[in-house]
Design a binder for this molecule. Structure first.
Ligand SMILES: [Zn+2]
Length: 235
C-alpha cells in the first residue's frame, strides 16, 4: 500500500474507534451518587442565598489571613469550634497527625508569604494517626505509613500524653524553622488541643491552650493569660 494511503487508512480507523469509545463512555448515576450530588449542590445553593455580593467583595481579589493553622484531617475536627468566620482570615492546612514536616511548603506559604502573625498547631482527642504511631501500627499502605513515620513520640503512657507530645514536638519544629520571626516578635506559635470527647476533662468541645512559643509550663501559661483571657482553657 502507498505510504500516504496507509496513513489515511490508519487515521480513519483511529477516528472510528475514538467515536465508538465515546459512545460507550457512561457517567455513574447510582442512587448514592445522585443523593450525594443533591446534598452538595443544595448546600451550596443555600450558601449562596445566605452570602451576598458584599460578603465576597471582602476577599474577591486577595486574602489577608491573621492565622496559619495546622490541624488533623480527622472529619471531627472543624474550625467552627473556635473561629466561625474563617474566610480570608485563616490559612488552613490539614494532614494526618497535624504535622509540619509533611506539609512544609504549605506552612511556609502561610507564614513567610502571607506573613500571618500567628501559627497554630491543633491536636485533638482520639487522634487515629497518633494512636497508630503510639502503638506502632502499620497500615501497609506505603504513603500512609510514611506520613505516620514522621510522628515522634516519647514513650508516652497514654494516648492523651502522646497527643500532647506531638503538639509540643510540632511547636519545637516550627520554632526552629521560623526562629528569626519568633525572636523578632513577628510570629507567635501556639499549640492547642481540640477535645471533642472530654478526654482531657475540661468539657466536650473545649479548645485547650498547651504551648506558646515552645513554653509548655502549664502553671506559667495559666498565670500569664487567665486574668487577661476571660474564657481561657488551659490545663
Ligand atoms: Zn487526628
Amino acid at each position: 500500500m502507498h505510504s500516504l494511503l496507509k496513513i489515511k487508512v490508519i487515521a480513519v480507523i483511529l477516528l472510528l474507534s475514538a467515536t465508538c469509545n465515546a459512545s460507550q463512555i457512561k457517567l455513574p448515576t447510582d442512587k448514592k451518587l445522585i443523593s450525594f450530588l443533591n446534598e452538595l449542590f443544595d448546600n451550596n445553593a443555600e450558601f449562596t442565598k445566605t452570602h451576598d455580593t458584599k460578603f465576597f467583595d471582602k476577599f474577591r481579589n486577595s486574602q489577608a489571613p491573621h492565622l496559619t493553622i495546622i490541624k488533623c484531617s480527622d472529619s471531627r475536627v472543624n474550625l467552627d469550634a473556635f473561629d466561625s468566620t474563617p474566610d480570608s482570615d485563616v490559612f488552613s492546612i490539614r494532614n494526618i497527625g497535624n504535622q509540619i514536616v509533611t506539609t512544609e511548603g504549605s506552612v511556609d506559604y502561610g507564614v513567610r508569604v502571607l506573613k500571618t502573625p500567628y501559627l497554630m498547631v491543633v491536636g485533638h482527642s482520639g487522634c487515629g494517626a497518633i494512636e497508630a504511631a503510639h502503638k506502632g501500627v502499620k497500615t501497609k499502605i506505603a504513603d500512609i505509613d510514611r506520613e505516620l513515620s514522621t510522628i515522634k513520640l516519647n514513650n508516652d503512657k497514654t494516648l492523651n500524653d502522646a497527643i500532647l507530645t506531638n503538639v509540643h514536638t510540632q511547636i519545637d519544629v516550627a520554632k526552629k524553622r521560623y526562629k528569626s520571626l519568633v525572636d523578632s516578635g513577628k510570629l507567635t506559635i501556639i499549640g492547642a488541643i481540640y477535645d471533642f470527647n472530654n478526654n482531657f476533662g475540661l468539657g466536650d468541645g473545649k479548645v485547650i491552650l498547651v504551648n506558646v512559643n515552645g513554653i509548655k509550663d502549664r502553671e506559667l501559661i495559666r498565670q500569664t493569660y487567665s486574668a487577661k483571657v476571660k474564657t481561657l482553657q488551659a490545663m
